[in-house]
Design a binder for this molecule. Structure first.
Ligand code: CMP
Length: 138
């Protein structure tokens, strides 16, 4: 029971074979997986997903990176899901991430930072709906 958040295992973490290890950490932290999909974003779709960042200097590199290989999208459920998941993944820059967080363990740079987590309940709903139809979100 509880609230939902949205996550993506990013191309660096998928490509280095860490999908299983990251998913295990997510489940062991008490999150239920409500939807899950392996997919590969085109540059156009990645650009749409990150449209909120389009004026940022890192936007073009981010779009190139996020369309460079497969990602694993998931909708997760837990009490206090958005906040607790952001604690589990750690700071955006792995250099600043706390010990034991997913980004500290698996991320390689501020861009290739292994995993995404929604920053609000509203964005969790928007981002989940970007990848999953109503029928897939049981
Ligand atoms: P995330 O917070 O999931 O969504 C925005 C992404 O942009 C972020 O993860 C990083 O992958 C990337 N990003 C954020 N800040 C920077 C930065 N300063 N330089 C490069 N990439 C960044």
């Amino acid at each position: 029971a509880g609230t939902r958040t949205f996550t993506m295992i990013k191309p660096d973490a998928y490509g280095s074979g860490n999908t299983g290890a990251i998913t295990k950490m997510i489940e062991e932290a008490g999150f239920g997986i409500k939807a899950m999909k392996l997919t590969h974003l085109s540059a156009g779709r990645a650009g749409q997903f990150y449209a909120v960042h389009k004026e940022r200097p890192f936007y073009n590199d981010l779009v190139t990176y996020m369309s460079s290989g497969p990602i694993v999208a998931m909708i997760l459920e837990k009490d206090n899901a958005v906040e607790d998941f952001r604690k589990l993944i750690g700071a955006t820059n792995p250099a600043d991430a706390a010990e034991g967080t997913i980004r500290k363990i698996f991320a390689t740079s501020i861009e290739a930072n292994a995993i995404h987590g929604s920053d609000s309940d509203e964005n969790a709903e928007i981002e989940g709906s970007f990848f999953f139809s109503g029928l897939e979100k049981f």
